[in-house]
Design a binder for this molecule. Structure first.
Ligand code: ADP
Ligand code: MG
Ligand code: MG
Length: 252
């Protein structure tokens, strides 16, 4: 699904990702943890192709293709989903229109017929129900005046509707309350399948009580410094990040 080799990336001429390797197979859930400032969010942005994030070295293969050659829309159409990809409000465009366009762009890419309004509505109703949002929510402008919890629910609804191949969820800085945490966990667990992979970025072990990752990686100073199974998250919770040494402690 994803093969990252020796990735180096910078933002505003500051090198943030410094030789990162990561391999993700279809169906796997990988959790990424690490001190604040380690580069977790930057990694997500680099993978999604966000403007201003420059790759200076290394390679990223997504489903056997060169991800770094694709622009941001191509990456999304190929099935890469980054929560927070659409944080901006788009006044005048309803959530419903926006999602229908996005879903049909992906279907076109896969050689499928576009969904009719009625077909989309049916799917949207199911997705709303799953994240516990009223259907009226879809009539509102994209992200217009959404509360924190609604944004989170909306993201998971987008993920359910888009049926991506690789989902990247960055929950580090989102200050999830127990309610939002359940929405995220239920969303991931319901969408888990042998064909779909997840990268879940999180500060706290708590989310991983609900989402059982296949692998846990510690990202520090732009590199993956330790990988293990789910038990590594418990170790980190007990020991913190002090064992990483002074450099990362400063960053944290
Ligand atoms: P994390 O998500 O692990 O907390 P980030 O990826 O947000 O870390 O940030 C990694 C480092 O990159 C930090 O030192 C941060 O200050 C820096 N950084 C992130 N975005 C920018 C930016 N737009 N301009 C300059 N520095 C940035
Ligand atoms: Mg941070
Ligand atoms: Mg972050």
């Amino acid at each position: 699904m994803l093969k990252i080799k020796n990735l180096h990336a910078s933002v505003e001429d500051k090198t943030i990702i410094k030789g990162l390797d990561l391999n993700i197979k279809p169906g796997e859930v990988h959790a990424i943890m690490g001190p604040n400032g380690a580069g977790k969010s930057t990694l997500g942005y680099v993978l999604s192709g966000r403007e201003g994030y420059e790759v200076s070295e290394g390679s990223v293969e997504f489903k056997g293709q060169d991800l770094l050659e694709m622009d941001i829309e191509e990456r999304a159409r190929e099935g890469l989903f980054l929560a927070f990809q659409y944080p901006v409000e788009i006044p005048g465009v309803s959530n419903m229109e926006f999602m229908k366009e996005s879903v049909n762009a992906m279907r076109k890419k896969q050689g499928l017929e576009p969904l009719t309004a009625a077909e989309f509505l049916k799917k949207a109703k199911e997705a709303c129900k799953q994240v516990n949002l009223p259907l009226d929510f879809l009539k509102r402008g994209v992200n217009e005046g959404f509360s924190g919890g609604e944004k989170k629910r909306n993201e998971i609804m987008q993920m359910i509707l888009l049926e991506p191949k690789l989902c990247i969820l960055d929950e580090s800085d989102s200050g999830l309350d127990i309610d939002a945490l359940q929405v995220v966990a239920n969303g991931v667990n319901s969408q888990r399948s042998p064909e779909r992979s997840f990268i879940v970025v999180t500060h706290y072990q708590r989310l991983l009580d609900y989402i059982k990752p296949d692998f846990v990686h510690i990202l520090a100073d732009g590199k993956i410094v330790k990988s293990g199974d789910a038990s590594l998250a418990l170790e980190v919770e007990k020991a913190g990040y002090a064992w990483l040494g002074d450099k990362s402690k400063e960053a944290g």
